[in-house]
Design a protein around this ligand. Sequence first.
Ligand SMILES: [Zn+2]
Length: 192
Amino acid sequence: MRKLIKFMLFASALAVPVRALCASAWVNRAFVGAGGYVQIDDGVYAARGLPPDARQRALAALHAARGRIAATFGVPVARPMTIIAADDHEAARFGLADDVPGTAFISPLRTEVVLNLAHFSIDVTAHELIHAEVAQRLGFWTRVFELPVWFDEGVAVQLDRREPYLVDCGAIGAQRIRELPGVHAPLSPGQH
Ligand SMILES: [Zn+2]
Protein backbone atom coordinates (compact mmCIF):
# COMPACT_ATOMS: atom_id res chain seq x y z
CA MET A 1 0.00 0.00 0.00
CA ARG A 2 2.83 2.34 0.84
CA LYS A 3 4.33 1.75 -2.59
CA LEU A 4 0.97 2.55 -4.17
CA ILE A 5 0.72 5.77 -2.20
CA LYS A 6 4.26 6.62 -3.19
CA PHE A 7 3.46 5.93 -6.82
CA MET A 8 0.36 8.13 -6.62
CA LEU A 9 2.42 10.89 -5.06
CA PHE A 10 5.02 10.53 -7.77
CA ALA A 11 2.35 10.55 -10.50
CA SER A 12 0.90 13.76 -9.12
CA ALA A 13 4.40 15.20 -8.79
CA LEU A 14 4.98 14.30 -12.42
CA ALA A 15 2.19 16.68 -13.34
CA VAL A 16 4.44 19.51 -12.22
CA PRO A 17 7.28 18.81 -14.68
CA VAL A 18 4.73 18.14 -17.42
CA ARG A 19 3.27 21.57 -16.84
CA ALA A 20 6.82 22.90 -16.59
CA LEU A 21 7.49 21.62 -20.10
CA CYS A 22 5.27 24.43 -21.29
CA ALA A 23 6.67 26.95 -18.85
CA SER A 24 9.21 29.50 -19.91
CA ALA A 25 11.49 28.74 -16.94
CA TRP A 26 12.07 25.22 -18.20
CA VAL A 27 12.80 26.55 -21.68
CA ASN A 28 15.08 29.26 -20.32
CA ARG A 29 17.12 26.68 -18.42
CA ALA A 30 17.25 24.24 -21.32
CA PHE A 31 18.40 26.93 -23.74
CA VAL A 32 20.36 29.08 -21.33
CA GLY A 33 23.03 29.74 -23.94
CA ALA A 34 20.46 31.36 -26.20
CA GLY A 35 19.43 33.80 -23.50
CA GLY A 36 22.55 35.89 -23.29
CA TYR A 37 24.32 33.51 -20.92
CA VAL A 38 27.84 32.25 -21.49
CA GLN A 39 29.78 29.38 -19.99
CA ILE A 40 32.21 30.75 -17.39
CA ASP A 41 33.41 27.37 -16.15
CA ASP A 42 32.75 23.71 -16.87
CA GLY A 43 28.94 23.56 -16.93
CA VAL A 44 28.55 26.93 -15.22
CA TYR A 45 26.65 29.70 -16.97
CA ALA A 46 26.31 33.38 -16.13
CA ALA A 47 24.98 36.43 -17.95
CA ARG A 48 27.42 37.74 -20.52
CA GLY A 49 27.39 41.14 -18.79
CA LEU A 50 27.89 39.91 -15.24
CA PRO A 51 30.67 42.02 -13.67
CA PRO A 52 33.98 40.16 -13.26
CA ASP A 53 33.92 40.46 -9.46
CA ALA A 54 30.45 38.89 -9.27
CA ARG A 55 31.56 36.16 -11.63
CA GLN A 56 34.62 35.51 -9.48
CA ARG A 57 32.49 35.45 -6.30
CA ALA A 58 30.24 32.80 -7.82
CA LEU A 59 33.10 30.64 -9.02
CA ALA A 60 34.87 30.91 -5.66
CA ALA A 61 31.71 29.82 -3.84
CA LEU A 62 31.24 26.88 -6.20
CA HIS A 63 34.84 25.85 -5.62
CA ALA A 64 34.44 26.15 -1.84
CA ALA A 65 31.14 24.26 -1.88
CA ARG A 66 32.68 21.41 -3.86
CA GLY A 67 35.48 21.40 -1.32
CA ARG A 68 32.96 20.99 1.50
CA ILE A 69 31.37 18.07 -0.32
CA ALA A 70 34.74 16.47 -0.98
CA ALA A 71 35.78 16.83 2.66
CA THR A 72 32.60 15.18 3.96
CA PHE A 73 31.28 12.85 1.27
CA GLY A 74 34.21 12.39 -1.08
CA VAL A 75 35.05 14.00 -4.40
CA PRO A 76 31.83 15.17 -6.11
CA VAL A 77 30.75 13.09 -9.07
CA ALA A 78 27.73 15.18 -10.12
CA ARG A 79 28.22 17.72 -12.87
CA PRO A 80 24.96 19.68 -12.77
CA MET A 81 24.43 22.46 -15.24
CA THR A 82 24.71 25.50 -12.99
CA ILE A 83 23.15 28.86 -13.76
CA ILE A 84 24.25 31.96 -11.87
CA ALA A 85 21.40 34.47 -11.90
CA ALA A 86 22.36 38.03 -11.06
CA ASP A 87 19.20 39.07 -9.19
CA ASP A 88 15.61 38.13 -8.32
CA HIS A 89 14.32 39.08 -11.76
CA GLU A 90 16.87 36.93 -13.56
CA ALA A 91 16.39 34.09 -11.06
CA ALA A 92 12.64 34.13 -11.70
CA ARG A 93 13.29 33.63 -15.41
CA PHE A 94 14.90 30.30 -14.50
CA GLY A 95 12.18 29.19 -12.12
CA LEU A 96 13.28 30.45 -8.72
CA ALA A 97 10.57 31.86 -6.50
CA ASP A 98 10.99 35.27 -4.85
CA ASP A 99 13.82 35.47 -2.33
CA VAL A 100 14.78 31.83 -2.84
CA PRO A 101 18.59 31.66 -2.98
CA GLY A 102 18.87 28.51 -5.05
CA THR A 103 17.20 25.35 -6.27
CA ALA A 104 18.29 22.07 -7.82
CA PHE A 105 15.92 21.08 -10.61
CA ILE A 106 16.36 17.32 -10.88
CA SER A 107 14.95 15.36 -13.80
CA PRO A 108 15.67 11.94 -15.34
CA LEU A 109 17.76 13.67 -18.00
CA ARG A 110 19.93 15.95 -15.94
CA THR A 111 20.17 18.24 -12.94
CA GLU A 112 20.11 21.99 -13.26
CA VAL A 113 21.16 24.12 -10.30
CA VAL A 114 20.06 27.75 -10.31
CA LEU A 115 21.70 30.12 -7.84
CA ASN A 116 20.60 33.68 -7.17
CA LEU A 117 23.55 36.02 -6.62
CA ALA A 118 21.28 38.39 -4.68
CA HIS A 119 21.02 35.82 -1.90
CA PHE A 120 24.22 34.00 -2.55
CA SER A 121 26.36 32.05 -0.09
CA ILE A 122 28.61 29.03 0.07
CA ASP A 123 25.99 27.40 2.30
CA VAL A 124 23.26 27.69 -0.33
CA THR A 125 25.64 26.55 -3.04
CA ALA A 126 26.75 23.50 -1.08
CA HIS A 127 23.13 22.68 -0.18
CA GLU A 128 21.97 22.63 -3.79
CA LEU A 129 25.07 20.83 -5.06
CA ILE A 130 24.47 18.11 -2.48
CA HIS A 131 20.98 17.54 -3.90
CA ALA A 132 22.61 17.12 -7.30
CA GLU A 133 25.20 14.81 -5.79
CA VAL A 134 22.62 12.57 -4.12
CA ALA A 135 20.65 12.34 -7.37
CA GLN A 136 23.79 11.45 -9.31
CA ARG A 137 25.02 8.82 -6.89
CA LEU A 138 21.66 7.13 -6.33
CA GLY A 139 20.15 7.67 -9.75
CA PHE A 140 16.98 9.63 -10.44
CA TRP A 141 14.48 6.81 -9.93
CA THR A 142 16.08 5.44 -6.78
CA ARG A 143 16.05 8.94 -5.34
CA VAL A 144 12.39 9.35 -6.21
CA PHE A 145 11.16 5.97 -5.00
CA GLU A 146 13.57 4.91 -2.31
CA LEU A 147 14.86 8.06 -0.67
CA PRO A 148 12.73 9.92 1.87
CA VAL A 149 12.72 13.70 1.37
CA TRP A 150 13.79 14.18 4.98
CA PHE A 151 16.96 12.18 4.29
CA ASP A 152 17.76 14.15 1.14
CA GLU A 153 17.29 17.43 3.01
CA GLY A 154 19.13 16.06 6.01
CA VAL A 155 22.19 15.30 3.91
CA ALA A 156 22.00 18.76 2.33
CA VAL A 157 21.91 20.62 5.63
CA GLN A 158 25.00 18.77 6.84
CA LEU A 159 26.94 21.22 4.68
CA ASP A 160 24.55 24.17 5.03
CA ARG A 161 25.64 26.30 7.95
CA ARG A 162 22.87 28.90 7.79
CA GLU A 163 21.52 29.71 11.23
CA PRO A 164 18.16 27.87 11.02
CA TYR A 165 20.03 24.65 10.29
CA LEU A 166 22.58 24.97 13.07
CA VAL A 167 20.56 22.95 15.55
CA ASP A 168 22.42 20.85 18.07
CA CYS A 169 19.89 18.05 18.39
CA GLY A 170 21.62 16.61 21.42
CA ALA A 171 21.40 19.82 23.41
CA ILE A 172 17.94 21.21 22.74
CA GLY A 173 14.67 20.52 24.44
CA ALA A 174 11.30 19.44 23.14
CA GLN A 175 10.00 23.05 23.07
CA ARG A 176 12.76 24.16 20.70
CA ILE A 177 12.02 21.19 18.45
CA ARG A 178 8.34 22.17 18.34
CA GLU A 179 9.40 25.67 17.30
CA LEU A 180 11.21 24.43 14.21
CA PRO A 181 9.32 25.41 11.04
CA GLY A 182 9.01 21.94 9.58
CA VAL A 183 7.33 20.56 12.69
CA HIS A 184 4.30 22.81 12.37
CA ALA A 185 4.01 23.09 8.62
CA PRO A 186 5.75 21.48 5.68
CA LEU A 187 8.37 23.57 3.99
CA SER A 188 7.20 25.36 0.90
CA PRO A 189 8.84 24.28 -2.37
CA GLY A 190 11.15 27.27 -2.31
CA GLN A 191 12.55 26.49 1.10
CA HIS A 192 14.62 23.45 0.28
ZN1 LIG B 1 17.19 21.24 0.03
